[in-house]
Design a binder for this molecule. Structure first.
Ligand code: AMP
Ligand code: MG
Length: 394
């Protein structure tokens, strides 16, 4: 039970236990970062009519070498009133409806006007410059799928379909607590042997960025009574509980035993991942619990690898991290190979992956400089210069 399990196994346990949250309709203006809970069908053809892609003149292609008489001017938003016949053209604006008879738009830039006000094409050849009715989407097409995360691109599509109240998954309530007698709140100046609680603020930010609703419950000192009391408050208001610190094997690492006493069934207690080995995960009465190591880099990495995909899965989204494959600029070596190890890196302007100075899991200062993290797998003690590596972008 307490043996180290590989990341892949932990990932499938966590993802396998994630059950979908309920749904709600929300205003489109608040939809950014949410996950669609139903397929969205188009109620219109896009484009809704054949429209001009350019400012120019709508003509019959067979007339392209002739001098053409202008019959009307067609602004965007006004339907044409005349058919374009032989020897004729209509001056047309981008986004306006193509008049009947015309099959091509010549660009204003490649036209000159004759003395008697006719139009002469001066180019060699031309594209059609027409966006055809329904070439992007037809009525009834599924344009966005259940499980898609709503980014600005999706917002545009929802707006174009008049979907002002999309159905989305509810956001998980993520309750966050810290443990540790050495911790003070960031507004305070740490005394001798104290440090500021940065982890809980990082976790609130990570949870919010993943689309969840974070709530912070404060620091519990390293006593059973204090941890238990705070934990009970968190449990009363959360779908997911994140406890940081106190999960390792020190004398004051009381969290796992207290979780168990509160009915949490542990699914794992140790990961073959560096940093992040003492990560715990369990379940009680439909509430999920992550016990995360106290060190901020450990927490950051484990959140990225496990908690973030899990939170998105609760909302029905299948999270795929952005990966870039590029050559390593210098060797990376490690001594032990039982755990996979993650390192912060930057992408250089000449297309290489450069490890940045990193002193281990307490070195939070390394992360803001990093573009991503790379993994030296279990059983491997070296990645060699020039090797192609996957950078997981952060
Ligand atoms: P622990 O997991 O409680 O043994 O903590 C491991 C290390 O992380 C210790 O050096 C702690 O001081 C540090 N640490 C624990 N909790 C936090 C926190 N909330 N913010 C920053 N550092 C922490
Ligand atoms: Mg501690």
């Amino acid at each position: 039970m307490s043996s180290m399990i590989p990341r892949e196994e932990a990932f499938s346990i966590v993802m396998g236990l994630a059950s979908l949250l309920r749904t709600e309709h929300i205003p489109l203006e608040q939809a950014l970062g949410r996950v669609l809970a139903e397929d969205v069908l188009s109620d219109i053809d896009m484009p809704p009519f054949d429209k001009s892609a350019m400012d120019g003149y709508a003509i019959r292609r067979e007339d392209i070498l002739r001098e053409l008489e202008i019959t009307e001017v067609i602004p965007a938003g006004t339907p044409p009133s005349k058919r374009v016949g032989p020897g004729e053209c209509a001056k047309i604006m981008t986004g306006a409806m193509i008049p009947e008879g015309a099959d091509c738009v010549i660009m204003r830039e490649y036209v000159e006007l004759t003395e008697d006000g006719r139009v002469r094409f001066t180019g060699n050849d031309t594209a059609t410059n027409i966006c055809y009715k329904a070439e992007d989407t037809s009525i009834g097409d599924v344009v966005l799928r259940r499980g898609e995360r709503i980014l600005p691109q999706q917002v545009a599509i929802l707006a174009s379909l008049g979907c002002m109240n999309p159905l989305v998954a509810r956001r998980p309530r993520v309750g966050i607590m810290a443990t540790g007698d050495e911790l003070v709140e960031p507004r305070e100046r740490p005394g001798v042997s104290q440090i500021r609680n940065s982890n809980s603020y990082q976790l609130q930010a990570q949870a919010a960025a993943a689309g969840a609703i974070p709530k912070y419950f404060g620091i519990a000192e390293d006593t059973e009574a204090a941890i238990d009391a705070t934990l009970k408050k968190v449990m009363a208001e959360s779908d997911v509980v994140l406890v940081s610190g106190g999960v390792s094997v020190g004398d004051y690492d009381l969290v796992p035993a207290i979780l168990r006493r509160n009915g949490v069934e542990m699914e794992f207690e140790s990961l073959a991942i560096k940093p992040g080995k003492p990560t715990h995960f369990g379940l009680a009465d439909g509430i999920y619990f992550f016990g995360l190591p106290g060190n901020p880099v450990s927490t950051f990495v484990i959140f990225e690898l496990l908690v973030k995909p899990f939170l998105l899965k609760l909302m029905g989204h299948d999270y795929r991290p952005a990966n870039i494959v590029m050559p390593l600029e210098q060797d990376i070596e490690k001594h032990r190979t039982k755990r996979e190890a993650w390192y912060p890196v930057v992408l250089t302007s000449d297309g290489c992956v450069r490890p940045i100075e990193y002193h281990g899991s307490a070195h939070a200062r390394a992360l803001p400089q990093a573009d991503g993290i790379i993994c030296v797998p279990r059983g491997t003690n070296k990645l060699a210069k020039g090797e192609m590596v996957h950078v997981r972008m952060i």
